[in-house]
Design a protein around this ligand. Structure first.
Ligand SMILES: [Zn+2]
Ligand SMILES: [Zn+2]
Ligand SMILES: [Zn+2]
Length: 770
């Protein structure tokens, strides 16, 4: 007889791990204890050596579905003489930390109970168990126990307490455990009218309001949504108008996969992703026969769809009998905020901020401790039948609810760092030991409210993961709010600052998540990023490792007349590009028609005198300009809109435009001349788009080949916002692989600026290691 002392780290709390250990120990007739600590899970057991070995093997093999073991260490001592096996009280270990679980969609067992009239939680909107429910958004501190969550104010009723204490119950130690007697409640409210507090009444009132075309603010897991009937044109238009959100696509929620298939094409992989515990918004190709209002996703060939993920969502969609006859129509479910402010989370805030946006509220009294927007992903299956070892098909666009704060494992231990990200679609990243914790989606850091939300997020993460940064990494751009935060804080706390070039950070982010530790050829195609020379970069080829990079080639510079004005008006970018290439502003060209003769004179003057015309090598702006020239959108309502629509047009044509490369610059004069000629010959825009995409993919191959010849490097990393264009991504991947290159793309964090802070952290760690 011996005693085994076991220590486990990873995601092992809030995922039913202790009950699993308990049951396993009882099954093997072992005695001892298991407990949570802030560093992981500790176990001590008495038993015969061979049974102890079985026990340890089973800990790994049979761990609960939501857990994720990073390390398991065991040592053997003399027998203790334990009388039984028990779960003992959690303890805090000074300075210790461990990952915590993201929020998890309702599991099948809970869903069954939710619609079982004989179950005591029949129709209870907050049903959950050790395998499902809120986690990240309700945790105030670790170790993860009920008193340290927003459930602390709800005292368990005797029935719930019985389940909580019974190791054989599937709600044993489920921290958010609740029922209609003791748990949170929903209410339905209208302005100046009394609230409906009965759960059934509140939910049917919400269903009625939605069916009548009203807009309802619904409190969810990570914040409020604004919901309306997605098949009702007037309702969708009204929501757009109230939210001041022009053209940006709205996310949808549909009751089940069968309904999704009525509106979208759904592959087996997409189905799997829709149904996964993270329940992200999945971008799916729209079917022509779908009756979802055009205005939900204007000019795009896809819809962003998610399935219900809380019991409350299920109760909304399905009637009392869980029958399909009374299904609610698909809903628009967009974040509850005004334009670009952070999503509302607490009830008072929602009352104040959403009063003008919503006709009614579906509220509840379980507090959200940290806001967390819905995640957005798409399936990108590697072309050519190439499969990554674990066949990861996710191509993340926004990594937030359901994924954050799941850490990215770093190949080398890192010091405690904070990386603040850049500006658009921002996230921050903190590191500790082997982990990089990328934050939930913070949003575009262009206003005070978002900055506040960022600061609160940083504070929360530092507390949860016990981090006191020894340095702060930031973008080179001096005026980003995140950069200013970094500089002020570094001064206040006397910390070193590490400035990181934007596109180097993109490449390093992909290297870090892929665990690469060798120099690579990085292709960073992007909208905007501050360059070392003060120009706006974004069409970059670099030789990079974590510490340094060398700019090996780039898109030739052109002036961006009016700076940010050119981002809002692709016609401007087109004219500036033509001007810089000595191509005439002929009257028949679409971008020229956008301006009066007088405006054209002003514009020309501005370009000649270089007034407010920063130089750029931005691939995003080239896409804007080309799209405008081909007759596409001349003014955009959100960054990248022209490029996204231009991609959606591309047909299957194999021809390509002739890019050329001169002294490490990609030249586009011939391409533009050819496009103008095609437009005049009335070649369809779909063909022009395909030719442009094909030509650009071939150019990437040619430049990469040249750099590879000179550097002997064979690994290529593709990162930056432009690679959200999967048409370009697919074509480029096929060409590079055919030519023997190892190509890496993002699978864990977004290729856009939402993944950037991970790269900043990886670079800062490497520089500190020296
Ligand atoms: Zn469950
Ligand atoms: Zn209860
Ligand atoms: Zn970027």
């Amino acid at each position: 007889m011996q005693r085994a002392r076991i220590h486990i780290t990873g995601i092992v709390q809030g995922v039913g791990f202790r009950p699993f250990v308990y049951n396993l120990a009882v099954r093997l007739k072992l005695t001892g204890w298991v407990k949570n600590t802030s560093a992981g899970v500790d176990i001590e057991v008495d038993g015969e050596k061979n049974i102890l070995d079985d026990f340890i093997q089973s800990l790994r093999d049979e761990a609960p579905p939501l857990s994720h073991i990073d390390t398991l260490s065991a040592s053997f001592l003399t027998e203790n003489g334990f009388g039984a096996f028990e779960i003992i009280h959690s303890e805090s270990v000074e300075g210790a930390f461990q990952p915590i679980s993201p929020d998890v969609a309702i599991c099948d067992d809970c869903l069954r109970e939710l619609f079982d009239p004989l179950d005591r939680r029949f129709h209870y909107p907050f049903i959950n168990c050790t395998n499902c429910g809120p986690r990240f958004t309700i945790i105030k501190d670790i170790p993860y126990d009920r008193p340290k969550t927003t459930m602390s104010g709800f005292e368990l009723c005797p029935d719930c307490a019985g389940e909580y204490q019974n190791p054989l119950d599937r709600r044993f130690h489920a921290q958010p455990l609740a029922c209609a007697v003791c748990g949170p409640k929903v209410t339905f409210e209208r302005l100046n009218m009394g609230a409906l507090a009965d759960s059934e009444d509140a939910i049917s009132a919400t269903r009625r309001a939605l069916s009548n075309g009203e807009i309802v603010a619904i409190k969810g897991l990570g914040g409020f949504h604004l919901a309306c009937d997605a098949t009702n044109t007037a309702a969708v238009k009204e929501l757009r108008q109230r939210k001041l959100r022009v053209d940006k696509p709205f996310a949808l929620m549909m009751p089940n996969v069968e309904v999704v298939k009525q509106h979208c094409f759904v592959s087996a992989d997409e189905r799997e992703l829709l149904l996964s515990a993270a329940r992200p918004v999945v971008l799916l190709k729209r079917k022509p026969e779908s009756n979802i209002v055009e205005d939900v996703s204007p000019e795009l060939d896809w819809l962003g769809v998610m399935l219900p993920y809380t019991p409350l969502h299920y109760l909304l969609f399905f009637d009392a009998l869980h029958s399909s006859s009374a299904l609610l129509a698909p809903l628009v479910l967009t974040s509850g905020n005004l334009s670009e402010e952070p999503i509302a989370v607490d009830n008072d805030d929602a009352h104040e901020k959403l009063a003008k946006l919503a006709d009614a509220f579906l509220m509840h009294d379980r507090d959200i401790h940290i806001r967390c927007d819905d995640s957005v992903v798409r399936v990108f299956d590697d072309p050519d039948g190439y499969k990554t070892p674990d066949r990861k098909l996710i191509y993340p666009i926004r990594r937030s609810r359901g994924y954050s704060p799941f850490p990215v494992k770093m190949t080398k231990g890192t010091p405690q760092l904070l990386a603040v990200g850049s500006e658009l679609k921002n996230t921050f990243c903190i590191t500790n030991g082997d982990y990089a914790f990328l934050s939930h989606h913070i949003g575009d850091m262009e206003n005070y409210e978002t900055l506040r939300s960022f600061e609160q997020g940083v504070e929360h993460f530092e507390k949860l993961f016990r981090v006191k940064p020894v340095a702060i990494a930031h973008d080179l751009h001096p005026n980003y709010l995140a950069t200013r935060y970094a500089i002020e804080r570094a001064e206040r706390q006397d910390l070193p600052l590490i400035a990181v070039q934007h596109h180097h950070a993109h490449i390093a982010a992909c290297m870090a998540e892929q665990g690469l530790d060798e120099p690579v050829i990085g292709v960073a195609f992007d909208g905007t990023g501050y360059g070392e020379d003060g120009a706006i970069w974004g069409g970059e080829f670099m030789i990079a490792d974590y510490k340094n990079y060398q700019r090996a080639a780039h898109l030739e510079y052109f002036p961006l007349s009016g700076g940010d004005a050119a981002i809002r008006k692709p016609a401007r970018a087109a004219l500036a590009l033509l001007w810089s290439l000595d191509l005439a502003w002929d009257e028949d060209l679409a971008p020229v028609k956008e301006f009066s003769a007088q405006e054209l004179t002003v514009l020309r003057n501005q370009l000649q005198k270089k007034i407010n015309t920063p130089q750029t090598s931005s691939m995003g702006r080239l896409f804007d300009a080309v799209s405008a020239l081909a007759g596409g959108r001349q003014t955009v309502n959100y960054e990248g809109q022209a490029a996204v629509e231009f991609e959606a047009l591309a047909d299957s044509s194999q021809e390509s435009y002739p890019f050329s490369i001169e002294s490490n610059c990609i030249q586009v004069k011939e391409v533009l001349a050819a496009i103008i000629q095609d437009v005049r010959m009335e070649i369809p825009r779909s063909r022009i788009s395909a030719r442009f995409h094909n030509g650009l993919a071939e150019t990437v191959l040619n430049v990469v080949k040249k750099i590879s010849r000179e550097s002997n490097l064979q690994s290529v990393v593709l990162s930056g916002g432009v690679w959200q264009n999967v048409t370009l991504l697919r074509k480029t991947l096929i060409l590079l692989r055919k030519n023997g290159f190892r190509v890496y793309i993002h699978r864990e964090v977004p290729t856009n600026d939402g993944g950037l802070s991970l790269g900043q952290a990886a670079i800062a760690a490497a520089r500190l290691r020296g």
